[in-house]
Design a protein around this ligand. Structure first.
Ligand code: 3PG
Length: 311
């Protein structure tokens, strides 16, 4: 009996790993598609505040329809739930719009190289704001992460300050989002999928007035006419694709966050960036210098060392 119990535990361990593996692969694939359409849209229609609002709107709409038609179970939420969700939504909104603004100014690969520095932000926030301490090896692993990102940034051919700062702000915001999310999801009956749906809805409400104030319908309409004349009606499909894929990849990432620690999440996220960096460089013919690529490689390697040090 002991043996079969042991093999039962091993089997459930294997199936859990398999499930997380499938989540991760799906998450990365959806994210690559999102990043490509997002950049195609931004190249032709550079209104990141609107496109990030549309991403949240598409997700909110898809989930409201899924609830109404009972494809997905409607979550049972109370005022307390939405109150705890509020800071998460603020962080999600800031991180999302900052990353999109960044990608409207620089190459997708550059935004993601800087975003591969997220674990460094996670350690610094945990250390200085939450008072958590880490072994020396964790701090040492930050050196290649920060050094690699810095090297990639200073050798970037199309460096742009807004692009750089957007990615940095996004890093900081998403560290808070992940810490608060995991806390908010703990012991709650709301699933990862529904948690992300509620997050989208709340973020949409927060972002909409700011998007109108920063860009506004007049610019959107004029820009749209221009994009339509340059690209043709398919610009609408690109916008739809970036919005739908944005929701899908985030939904899958939250389904996996439900099962893993914020640390594993962060590592999975950095590994995801490798596929985004490589595929976007190929698709958009982004010029890269060897030393620039070296910086990115060192940063990603640093994240791997960080994950080893943290375990
Ligand atoms: C966004 O628009 O929110 C960013 O592209 C997402 O960044 P992520 O790769 O950290 O999810």
């Amino acid at each position: 009996a002991e043996r079969s119990e042991a093999s039962g535990v091993a089997a459930s361990d294997v199936s859990k790993r398999l499930k997380i593996g499938v989540y991760f692969a799906t998450w990365w694939a959806l994210n690559v598609v999102f990043n490509i359409y997002n950049k195609k849209v931004l190249n032709a229609y550079p209104y990141p505040w609107l496109t990030s609002t549309l991403s949240l709107a598409a997700g909110s709409l898809m989930m409201l329809i899924s609830w109404a038609t009972r494809i997905a179970e409607t979550p049972k939420t109370d005022f307390e739930f939405w109150k705890t969700l509020f800071p998460v939504a603020v962080a999600h909104t800031i991180g999302h719009v900052a990353a999109t603004v960044s990608m409207s100014k620089v190459a997708v690969s550059f935004t993601h190289i800087i975003k591969s520095g997220e674990p460094a932000f996670s350690v610094l926030v945990s250390r200085f704001l939450l008072g958590e301490t880490f072994p020396a090896s964790v701090y040492l692993s930050l050196l290649p992460i920060i050094g690699g990102c810095a090297l990639a940034a200073v050798t970037e051919l199309n460096f742009n300050m807004i692009g750089f700062m957007g990615a940095m702000i996004s890093n900081l915001a998403f560290v808070f989002r992940n810490i608060f999310s995991k806390r908010g999801m703990k012991g709650k009956s709301v699933s990862g999928m529904n948690y992300y749906a509620c997050l989208s809805i709340l973020s949409l409400l927060i972002l909409t007035p700011f998007a109108i104030a920063v860009e506004g319908p007049q610019l959107w309409a004029a820009g749209f006419q221009k994009a339509l004349s340059e690209i043709g009606p398919q610009i609408v499909w690109w916008m739809a694709a970036q919005s739908v894929f944005y929701h899908l990849y985030n939904q899958v990432s939250y389904m996996s966050l439900d099962e893993i620690s914020p640390l594993t999440f962060s590592i999975g996220n950095t590994m995801k960036r490798i596929s985004v960096i490589v595929s976007s460089i190929i698709i958009f013919h982004t010029p890269v210098q060897p030393v620039n690529a070296l910086g990115a490689a060192i940063a990603v390697l640093g994240t791997f060392l960080y994950s080893q040090a943290k375990q």
